[in-house]
Design a protein around this ligand. Structure first.
Ligand code: ATP
Ligand code: BTN
Length: 237
């Protein structure tokens, strides 16, 4: 990863660029500023110039479709592993793929895949990490969004964190098949043991953990239900 870099001072969205160009495996598209940073479900991702890390990794390898959930969990897991030693605060993973500190989100992941039959052929892993962002930059989402600087009270070297993150993602991908993400993620799972609601599905219950393929297990009145879709939104109740 990172043998091929494409750097933009400003672009609409690194994911859109990576998707609409035929880039080789391992290419990293990085931007200082995105004018149309994308979140999941067509939402917006605030990308303030020079403050965070906004990048997309192109992975052109074949994976069985069954690995989709585990693959999309790999990215938040690897980013957490890469930066946790730099922080005093504990990082939590909000399933399926956001990273939180002190109940506020500081990193988001937009994992877009191309699938043919039962195989994943291409992954565009879009990663946004708020590093040195100030509270004012978040406008009306300042109660739910945060940055490493806001939580830790100091400025971070983005270059250093970026290198660590890429290195950790590369290592995690290389040992993907033997990697057991279930236990690793479960120990830092946001809202574990608490009551949650899964939007759209109408499921409510206690979040109890992850199953072996990365699905979310919820103890409801009807027993334990497991949800797999990466398009799901979980809320605390
Ligand atoms: P869920 O993932 O549970 O659906 P979410 O609010 O995290 O909820 P996403 O689609 O994952 O939704 O992320 C997009 C949302 O993230 C936006 O609607 C906005 O509220 C929030 N957001 C946008 N930019 C940032 C940012 N730089 N840092 C933190 N949060 C942001
Ligand atoms: C989310 O939380 O919904 C996902 C946010 C993903 C943001 C990153 S920033 C780099 C890449 N380019 C985009 O337009 N989005 C992702």
């Amino acid at each position: 990863i990172g043998k091929n870099y494409i750097f933009f001072d400003q672009i609409d969205s690194t994911n859109m660029y990576a998707k609409s160009n035929d880039l080789p495996d391992g290419t990293v598209v990085l931007a200082e500023n995105q004018t149309k940073g994308k979140g999941r479900k067509g939402r917006r991702w605030i990308s303030s110039k020079g403050k965070g890390l906004y990048f997309s990794i192109v992975i052109k390898r074949n994976y069985p479709l069954n690995d989709l959930m585990k693959l999309s969990l790999l990215f938040p897991y690897a980013v957490k592993e890469a930066i946790k030693d730099y922080l005093e605060n504990q990082i939590k993973i909000k399933w399926p793929n956001d990273l939180y500190i002190n109940n506020r989100k500081f990193a988001g992941f937009l994992i877009e895949t191309e699938i043919e039959g039962n195989e994943i052929n291409r992954i565009i892993a879009g990663i946004g990490i708020n590093i040195n962002n100030e509270p004012e930059e978040f406008g009306d989402i300042k109660d739910t969004a945060t940055s490493l600087k806001i939580e830790e009270g100091k400025t971070f070297c983005r270059k250093e964190l970026f290198c660590r993150v890429l290195e950790t993602i590369e290592k995690s991908l290389d040992k993907f098949s033997s990697l057991d993400l279930t236990d690793e993620i479960e120990k830092d799972l946001l809202w574990k043991g608490e009551n949650i609601r899964i939007l759209d599905e109408g499921i409510e219950g206690r979040l109890i953990g992850l199953d072996r393929s990365g699905g979310l297990k919820v103890l409801t009145e009807k027993g334990v239900l497991t949800v797999y879709s990466g398009d799901i939104s979980v809320r605390k109740i």
